[in-house]
Design a protein around this ligand. Structure first.
Ligand code: SF4
Length: 448
């Protein structure tokens, strides 16, 4: 890559990627837990897609029963450490906390959850759950991300023999490869993988289902199959110059940063990220922390339509990220390497089918922004080639169709959850899906 930002010292990288929310000390955890009002209707619990019994786990922290607290959390969520660190708590549990109505700071539920789960892992994962006796049936799980791990853990506890097949060299899916290191480290994701393995779940990493192992063979081997395959390739911009060196995909860039080999990740001096979702914000702030001098988000709509959460937007702004709203890229310019991004000004017209106002180009409003690197973050496509191998699998609106109660697909042997059925939501949604699908599989195999 040309015009690289100068490399930083190891100490500078470590400081730039330091945790946003450091852990509680035991005293501060108890003090925060004692603020909780233990509301009888627990709006925080209702706001959590996995419905963790939040007031109970907080009460247990307040009374010094940290192991019991971890059990309460894990009973509902097998990737609770990732969720504690990466969930958008402002819009979920903490956003629903009654303290908000009083104009006071909500209970720091995410940090308290982390406190209990950190304790659990630091104390060597003391046994909390006993798997049911083997039920003689087998489940194959495709994908070792949050949905797959959750389904596998729950199915193993229900007595199934479970094997996960994952195409990546290391398991964990986006928990391992897609979360900014100032939110959580890869090692946190691996702890959760080890927890799932402790229930007897087998993981075959580096095995791409449908390629390295035929789906027909998996169907013969397993009584049911869970698809936790997430989404596939990044969407293209479909503009000239897209293949120039210096143009990269956001998830590839973020994946390199998660390894914490900071020196090996090249970043340009002037970086434009195209898109304004939460992944785009992660990519642009990571570029900044790696030493890029000028970083900006290019988004074709206005701030009101921006998909990123408000707190992510505020974080990026506080770190010097510029936001170029109502701007669409029309051409990437460069001679053997990206040198500039040609954009066109947009204005908002009538709402589209999703209810968001449609961006319309302003005639003759083209302008150029000099850049050394462009990071594309305009969404991902479903794994069409892979999914097409499954007979009678219904795809609706770009997502795998499922029965909303059992998460069974239109092919009865297959169940699905996570991004492939919701188009890309949070880790906690995938965690909830995995659990639900395991019970759907149990019902499929044994009836009610
Ligand atoms: Fe505690 Fe807030 Fe939940 Fe009430 S809403 S139980 S105060 S965390």
């Amino acid at each position: 890559m040309k015009n690289l930002a100068p490399k930083l010292t190891h100490e500078q990288y470590e400081a730039n990627f330091a945790e946003l929310h450091p852990p509680f000390t035991p005293n501060s955890a108890v003090a925060e837990a004692n603020r909780c009002l233990y509301c009888y209707d627990s709006p925080c619990m209702k706001a959590c897609p996995t419905h963790i019994d939040i007031s109970t786990f907080i009460k247990k922290i307040a009374t010094g029963n940290i192991k019991g607290s971890a059990k309460t959390i894990l009973k509902s969520n097998w990737v609770a450490l990732t969720c504690a660190k990466a969930c958008p708590v402002d819009v979920l549990c903490e956003g629903a906390c009654v303290y908000n109505e009083r104009g006071e700071e909500p209970i720091q539920i995410g940090r308290l959850q982390r406190y209990a789960i950190d304790w659990y892992f630091e104390h060597g994962m003391p046994p909390l759950f006993a798997p049911a006796p083997k039920n003689g049936k087998s489940v194959g799980v495709i994908g070792a991300g949050a949905a797959g791990l959750s389904c596998a853990a729950e199915a193993a506890l229900l007595g199934f023999d479970v094997t996960i097949y994952d195409a990546n060299e290391k398991p964990g899916g986006l928990n391992t490869w897609g979360i900014a290191p100032y939110k959580m480290m890869q090692e946190d994701a691996f702890k959760e993988v080890r927890l799932v393995q402790s229930f007897g779940v087998k993981i075959q990493s580096g095995v791409c289902a449908g390629k390295d192992i035929a789906l027909g063979d998996l169907e013969k081997k397993h009584d049911a199959i869970f698809l936790g395959v997430g989404l596939g390739s990044a969407s293209r911009l479909n503009i000239p110059g897209e293949n120039l060196p210096g143009v990269v995909d956001a998830l590839d860039f973020i994946g390199k940063v998660t390894t914490r080999n900071w020196h090996s990740v090249d970043v340009g001096k002037r970086v434009a990220v195209i898109g304004a979702g939460n992944t785009a914000i992660d990519a642009v702030t990571e570029a900044r922390r790696l030493g890029a001098e000028q970083v900006m988000i290019i988004y074709r709509r206005s701030r009101e339509e921006m998909p990123a959460y408000d707190f992510e937007y505020e974080l990026a702004k506080s770190e010097g990220v510029q936001f170029q709203f109502l701007t669409a890229p029309s051409r990437i310019i460069g001679n053997a390497h990206v040198e500039a991004l040609e954009c066109i000004q947009m204005q908002l017209g009538e709402p589209d089918e999703e209810g968001r106002r449609r961006p319309i180009p302003v005639p003759h409003s083209e302008f150029r922004i000099p850049v050394d690197m462009i990071i594309k973050s305009v969404g991902q496509n479903i794994e069409q080639t892979f999914l097409a191998q499954i007979p009678n699998l219904k795809i609706e609106g770009g997502k795998v169709w499922v029965n909303p109660y059992t998460l069974q697909t239109s092919n009865p042997k297959y169940f699905a959850g996570g991004d492939c059925i919701n188009g890309g939501k949070e880790v906690v949604n995938a965690a909830a899906d995995g659990k639900r699908a395991a019970h759907g599989i149990h019902e499929f195999c044994f009836g009610k």
